[in-house]
Design a protein around this ligand. Structure first.
Ligand code: PLP
Length: 399
């Protein structure tokens, strides 16, 4: 079923394996060598595995440009949300208060996490995708001196918008507050250099832009914040301070680590460095997006976001208004052609998403566009233009 394509800068999954490409923002399509790295059992206490954990942390710290040794990397078992919860529970003191900046599902999840933690928070909810801007963050902080921390989502994966974290950081630190960043779906492809953007901690996970498999997340945090966080956590298992302290003392994770996932992640990091690091990874994803968006627009599809807000991570398209268009049929047709796409998360109009991340390149993206064109033809949709309500929705967002 797989058509061999010309090989470019990346090692595509072996053709003929019958696996569809995952055009989803994690789990995503990983390299064969990343999968193969898991074909070995390792003891978590063993010196070899401890060295692997250390290497993972050292490489992640290098990716944020920490040359001063002011930051530490603390991995945490579980999916990304476990690490977000660990970050919020560890760094926000019990008498602290968080301003949550939400413009989609992941911002709302951060607010929900605060509710579970039973700690004070306030929410700026911008709806499905409108970006939280520096001036409104500043105004919210001026209005409420009790706020100690702000949490921002770097790329809000539910729409694909790239939020303006630099201007948010400026607004936060101009008022002496602290910034936490959920860079889950952006880290590794978009720069979050500690020397360029100020923050106390950021969180990401193994199965997004580094292109590992799911199983752990990691928090990169200022050591002074980690030291001050002792006793803050609501949770035994999600206490980042305790995980960090144990790792410093023994080199081991506190509880059973996902050994196979760590091995795969080390191989994924090797491929990331070989490709050229954050800049090269980001450039490949941006090229994936540009080729895919141009092709889809050529078929008549329209993006939710104007170009300036489009991330190179995932893109939301409006479903066509045509009476014959049916998302479930479109999904199945795309899957039959070898591509798993993603339903949309907008509340106002129907949409779907196509991810740009993982072991895919522009050749794959051209095939995605061709498959979408065939799927439309099979459904008898000769015009992919969205409904007027979708265009009206998009007009709300500044260019
Ligand atoms: C993927 C993701 C998460 C974590 O989701 P999990 O399903 O728990 O891995 C959190 N925030 C953002 C922005 C994400 O893209």
């Amino acid at each position: 079923m797989e058509v061999p394509v010309s090989r470019s800068q990346i090692a595509l999954p072996a053709p003929g394996m019958g696996e569809p490409y995952l055009l989803t923002p994690g789990p995503l399509t990983t390299a064969l060598s990343t999968k193969q790295a898991m074909l070995k059992d390792r003891g978590s206490w063993d010196g070899d595995f401890r060295a692997m954990t250390k290497s993972v942390c050292d490489q992640l710290l290098a990716l944020v440009g920490d040359t001063s040794g002011a930051f530490a990397c603390v991995p945490m078992q579980g999916s990304g949300s476990f690490a977000v919860e660990a970050m919020l529970g560890t760094f926000v003191p019990r008498d602290g208060k968080v301003l949550v900046l939400a413009n989609g599902a992941y911002g709302l999840r951060a607010a929900e996490t605060m509710r579970y933690l039973g700690r004070a928070y306030t929410l700026i909810d911008k709806g499905d995708y409108m970006p939280p801007r520096g001036d409104e963050v500043g105004a919210a902080l001026d209005a409420d001196p009790a706020i100690t921390h702000v949490i921002a989502i770097h790329c809000e994966t539910s729409s694909g918008i790239l939020n303006p974290v630099a201007e948010i950081s400026e607004a936060v630190y101009a008022r002496g507050r602290k910034l936490l960043i959920d860079s889950m779906s952006a880290f590794g492809a978009l720069d979050l250099n500690v020397n360029a953007i100020r923050y106390e901690a950021m969180v990401s996970s193994a199965n997004k832009c580094i292109e590992g498999v799911p199983g752990f997340g990691f928090v990169i945090a200022r050591k002074t914040e980690l030291e001050a966080a002792k006793g803050n956590s609501h949770s035994l298992a999600l206490d980042l301070h305790a995980q960090w302290a144990t790792m410093q003392k023994t080199g081991q994770w506190r509880y059973t680590p996902p050994t196979h996932v760590v091995a795969a992640f080390l191989e994924a990091l090797r491929l990331h460095a070989e490709e050229g690091g954050v800049a090269a990874r980001g450039a490949r994803y941006a090229r994936n997006r540009d080729v895919m968006v141009e092709g889809m627009r050529g078929l008549g599809f329209e993006t939710l976001l104007k170009d300036r807000w489009l991330s190179p991570i995932i893109v939301t398209f409006f479903c066509p208004a045509h009476a014959n268009f049916d998302f479930d049929r479109f999904y199945e047709a795309m899957k039959a052609k070898g591509f798993i796409i993603y339903p949309g998360k907008l509340t106002v109009v129907d949409s779907f998403r196509i991810g740009c991340i993982g072991q895919i390149d522009e050749h794959v993206m051209r095939r995605v566009v061709a498959a979408a064109g065939e799927a439309l033809a099979e459904m008898g949709v000769d015009n992919a233009a969205p409904p007027a309500a979708a265009i009206a929705e998009r007009a709300k967002l500044a260019a």
